[in-house]
Design a protein around this ligand. Structure first.
Ligand code: FPP
Length: 247
């Protein structure tokens, strides 16, 4: 597939040397809505649109993996109306995706405990998973009911169960073996983690996987994030020197 190349002067981004995997904490929807006198749910609806736009653009420039934080294991503490609105947006997105993800060459996967979702939504996520196996393309991972610590605990439980069943030996546990028990099994670690909205914290996002990720923060709220903002993040990433603990 032809890969779109924006004009060089649009940003100091080397589009031939992009990170393989970008992860985004889609933060600031509530503040975006409040500043406009709108309900928080309107902010999430706008955030879902931004997610669509950015995912499509990432596919266009040839990114391999995009992972977004849509709903954390802690977000259930929010008012029921807000939780329902976010679940409703996920359903809408899944229904739309089933129609066109194969055409757009976007593969969709989920990181998180989906058991807590309504059966209808679980079926939709299963369908998008199944559709995604039929073609190559950018992989979008939506973190839903996801927590980095929860993911690590579940992986440890699964590994312990395999040991108890005699399938694995604790002495042979390596980082690679452990990674295979995470939701992200088979996905390369994120190279760049972007957090909009001015917050400078990890918030339980991809704790294991982002051990060597470069972080990029911006005050722009997620619904206002656009391809120029993405270019700034990519350019910042490319200006860094990644040493992975070396010199
Ligand atoms: C954080 O902003 C955002 C969320 C908890 C929800 C993100 C959800 C979406 C973008 C829409 C649904 C997703 C898909 C995949 C269609 P916040 O509410 O904490 O904002 P605030 O810090 O300004 O209050």
């Amino acid at each position: 597939m032809a890969i779109f190349r924006p004009k060089a002067e649009q940003a100091q981004v080397d589009f031939n040397n992009l990170p393989r995997h970008v992860a985004i904490i889609m933060d600031g929807n509530g503040r975006w809505a409040r500043r406009r006198g709108l309900p928080r749910t309107a902010g999430h609806a706008a955030g879902a649109e931004t997610f669509r736009t950015i995912a499509t653009y990432c596919q266009k420039i040839g990114l391999e993996y995009l992972t977004v934080y849509a709903f954390s294991t802690e977000n259930w503490k929010r008012p029921l109306e807000e939780v329902s609105a976010i679940i409703g947006l996920l359903k809408k997105y899944l229904l739309e995706s089933i129609e066109k993800m194969e055409r757009d060459k976007i593969r969709l996967h989920f990181f998180g405990n989906l058991d807590a979702l309504p059966a209808e939504l679980r079926e939709l996520t299963q369908r998008t998973d199944d559709i995604s196996t039929h073609y190559e393309g950018m992989q979008v991972n939506v973190c839903f009911n996801y927590g980095g610590r929860d993911e690590i605990v579940r992986a440890a439980q699964a590994f312990a169960a395999d040991c108890a069943a005699g399938k694995k030996d604790p002495a042979q546990l390596t980082e690679e073996v452990f990674s295979g028990y995470l939701y992200s099994a088979g996905v390369p670690d994120p190279d760049l983690v972007i957090r909009p909205s001015g917050e400078i914290r990890i918030s339980n996002f991809l704790l294991w996987q982002s051990a060597y990720a470069e972080y990029y923060y911006t005050d722009v709220l997620w619904p206002d994030f656009n391809k120029e903002e993405l270019h700034k993040a990519l350019a910042a990433y490319q200006s860094r020197s990644r040493r992975y603990g070396g010199v």
